[in-house]
Design a binder for this molecule. Structure first.
Ligand code: NAP
Length: 321
């Protein structure tokens, strides 16, 4: 049994960031470095495949972390999730079970497990509260991924019950920022728009056509805000239920496209192909629990998109494919 006491984490204790090269993990790594953490540990999937249970146990036994953030996962857009559900289910379950079991064996004091807002029912009332988990059917296109993430939340809760360790889970909304995936196949909506409008601005294209009506509402959180929220939760929050992490406000896809177009300097026309599906009309997390824990987002969408465009342009030769 390890009692949780709010306050600063020990800056010199061993801290393992699983997935430290990904969008979220790299932002957490930057945040921890800037906060003076001196004993950070991370491995690429080439160095340590988290699906390899004995290798994961050996690694954690060697570095003996006091803190762990689990930001490693097989992540993808709707198309990839819908086409390869077995991979999304089994790889994520293996990664989670291995890392969480190995962390348990090492009696890791604080673990933060990261999931996703797709764990909530497709028709959850908006804004989505944490207690709507498991109250309805999931969105079928990513249900395999969502079930793996729900199992991760349960794993954390079970460790709390059985071993008394103060582990926690956080569920971020749509994230974006430096390090994002801009590939045409694997990217989410915001990086996909940046890529498309940046190319259109560069090539002075007269018109860009977007999918759908542009009316669905979505929430976007800059990954540097996400990283700050993660550290805040580790230092200040304890409880069995997952905590939503978002901005608390949403924009239409049309507003998002306009923000991106302005950031890249696109001056052509914006068209909407209304024969294409819109998806769910709104997806917004209720962030009152996070606010009660003392944290709110700071980076505006305009500022965050500009910062992401700058990063995208500066990293053309090293983008993920
Ligand atoms: N992006 C979003 O909008 C968003 C929204 C909500 C929640 N989240 C959650 O945040 C977490 C991280 O997402 P992300 O966007 O940062 O994903 P990401 O950019 O694709 O990064 C995933 C990381 O996981 C690592 N990884 C994957 N499979 C691995 C394996 N078998 N062994 C070792 N490492 C492995 C990758 O390592 P390598 O780079 O070394 O291959 C990569 O660093 C996920 O749990 C996701 O559900 C993300």
């Amino acid at each position: 049994m390890t009692a949780f006491a709010p306050g600063p984490l020990d800056r010199d204790a061993a801290f393992y960031v699983a997935g430290h090269r990904g969008l979220v993990g790299s932002a957490i790594w930057r945040k921890l470095e800037s906060e003076g953490f001196t004993n950070l540990h991370g491995q690429t999937s080439g160095e340590l495949d988290l699906k390899d249970r004995s290798a994961v146990f050996e690694y954690l036994a060697r570095i003996k972390p006091r803190y762990v953030v689990l930001a490693a996962a097989k992540v993808g857009g709707i198309m990839a999730n819908n086409t390869y559900p077995v991979d999304f289910l089994t790889e994520n379950l293996q990664i989670q079970v291995n890392v969480l079991d190995a962390a348990r064996e090492q009696n890791v004091e604080r673990v933060l497990f990261l999931g996703s807002s797709c764990i909530y029912p497709k028709f959850a009332s908006q804004p989505i509260r944490e207690d709507s988990l498991l109250t309805g059917h999931l969105e079928p296109t990513n249900d395999a991924y969502a079930i793996a993430k729900i199992a991760g939340i349960m794993h954390v809760q079970a460790v709390r019950r059985q071993y008394g360790l103060p582990w926690i889970s956080a569920m971020p909304t749509n994230l974006y920022g430096p390090g994002d995936n801009f590939s045409p196949e694997g990217s989410h909506v915001l990086p996909a728009l940046i890529r498309r409008y940046d190319e259109a601005a560069r090539d002075e294209v007269g018109s860009v056509t977007n999918w759908g009506t542009g009316s669905p509402r979505r929430e976007f959180l800059h990954v540097d805000d996400m990283a700050e929220a993660c550290l805040h939760l580790l230092e200040n929050y304890d409880g069995p239920d997952q905590v939503n992490v978002g901005t608390g406000s949403d924009v239409t896809i049309r507003e998002l496209a306009e923000t991106v177009a302005e950031a890249v300097g696109y001056e052509g026309k914006m068209e909407w192909d209304t024969s294409k599906p819109d998806g769910t009309p709104q997806k917004l997390l209720d962030v009152s629990k996070l606010a009660k824990a003392g944290w709110t987002a700071r980076i505006s969408l305009e500022e965050g998109v500009r910062n992401t465009v700058d990063w995208y342009r500066a990293h053309q030769t090293s983008l993920r494919v």
